[in-house]
Write a protein that binds this ligand. Sequence first.
Ligand SMILES: [Zn+2]
Length: 674
Amino acid sequence: MTNLVPTFLLVLALAAPALAQSSQRGVWSADMNRSVAPCDDFFEFANGAWRAANPIPAAMPRWSRRWAAGESTKEQLQVILENAAGKTSQPKGSVDQLIGDFYGACMNETEANRQGVKPLQSLLARIDAMQSPADVVQMIGTFHELAIPVPFAVFGGSDNNNPAEVIAQVLASGLGLPDRDYYFKPDARFVEAREKYAAHVRKMFVLAGVGEAEAKASADTIVRFEQQLAEASLDNVARRDPKATNHKMHFADLQSLTPTFDWTGYFRRFELSNDDVNVEEPKFLEAVNRLLATAALGDWKTYFKWQLLDSAAPSLSSAFVDEDFAFKGAFLAGATALKPRAIRCAEATDDLLGEALGQKYVARHFPPEAKARVQQMVKNLLTAMSETIRALDWMGDETRERALEKLATFNPKIGYPDKWKDYSSVSVTRDSYWDDVVAARRFGVRDNLLTIGKPVDRGRWGMTPPTSDAYYNPLLNEIVFPAGILQPPAFSMDANDAVNYGAIGVVIGHEISHGFDDQGAQFDAQGRLHNWWAPEDLTRFQERGACVVKQFDGYYIEPGIHHNGKLVLGEAIGDLAGARIAYRAFQLSRQGKPPLPTLDGFTPEQQFFIAWGQFRGDAVRPEFARTMVQNDPHPIAKYRVIGPVSNLPEFQRAFACPANAPMVRPAGDRCSVW
Ligand SMILES: [Zn+2]
């Protein structure tokens, strides 16, 4: 997701219609490693054989049927794009012209290599010509027009206190390493990251034509400059508390917070009126103000040049593409090869013209029957959550009523938007790929900023239709499932209910549960950041969360590198509650129907859990696991499988696990939230 997307958009899910019950498949039994017992190591049992037979491809950081399906989707996009690119004289601004020419320009590697750094030269020259702090302020606006959010970002998002209205949100941003801790932590892996980063910055400057000695000095400047921004930034755990990033203020107060930044000029540039804004991290803006007042102009020039090179590299010559990959793809994610250019161009088209490409994608790959079956599943999941809330023994009636009231407002979005974005004003040609990227980025920035000062448009989507992912937005109480996740193995028209509820059903349950995790539970039925909990219920809820924090603090990827329970709490609650309500919804879906058959020796209940293990379980490269543990609010897949099931009596019963089995947490340690 881009930096223009709210940080609280949370992930994950899928489904299809009814074939004759007898013809529907169960789990993939050949994927399983039946030499281990399900109660000893369920992760290995569910799909260990698939992982052994399918090593992670060189270009991927992790691999499973689910990630393979995501890559297959991109091959489907490639077919659509090649078809569009093969047509000539399409009407200017039509979907085929836009995506065909964008993709066609992207695929022209020869031209990109011929141009080298040339597409950036006029902007690099403008950076060099800056004379004063006022020019720095202007340049920040120029970068924001290009969707390069440095050193902070501004975007339109719902007001936490009145979500029906969109206001300007000002976010901390501007770091080249993944987060604050990378700049300061003494552990060997962070020291190494800083060294590799400095070397990467130096190499990029050399590619841009800077001499070795100056490039080295520039890299040192970048690390030092960004350290000052990092020092004033919240860390990943602190940012999870919505109250810590809720600072609505009048325009005049924003101006007093950062006297050296001309906000009036900035707002005029983007045609915004001087209304109230939310400043997520006021301390960060104070640091920006300090840097504007005191940092050497030369340091600002170096910083802008680096951020431009970093943002543009994937769209430039193969030398830039390769160096960008060496740091982000290889060092941070462990991949050993770039994806094919056609796939990278399909990803870029999806990223920048996603609702144009998405129209073509859903017409081919998301039939109305699939949408109907998923809608029915979502309905059953919401009913299951409602029954769960009604039956909770630790919650008082007043809080319970409010929880049910919140659940009743949930808005599911399935597949694709009802109204497509109109990109016809974007100028796309085959002449220069970087120019196309700039045009599409400018459109994206404007499209978002135009929402400010208006009532929220509930029809907008935060992900494109081909995306193999899902999210919950607490401000709108919406759960959103793009067509890209509603595909096998998450959802299969030819799979039985046990399998579909175990895969996409848990994903749907996971998104619903985000409305009631440590973050989501702070937002009320109207989407306001407003406490609706009776004090004693809130205490009990937090105690239950603390159990999950402790459980995940205990999980590690290698000796000494543990998950951070507080960072993954929301996702872990989502998986635990999601699995439980999906199991319940599966049972609801079978009411009045004949029981599903035992297949390959597995009961329907066992198939449900195996399907979760098969959908969620993946192999992950150690480099990527280290990056995830530091930055990703999602646990690695192994613990997303065994973490929830080891808390669930439903799992213990399904596999008749003894109470002392490794996959059964001792009664005193067992966590249960929803
Ligand atoms: Zn999630």
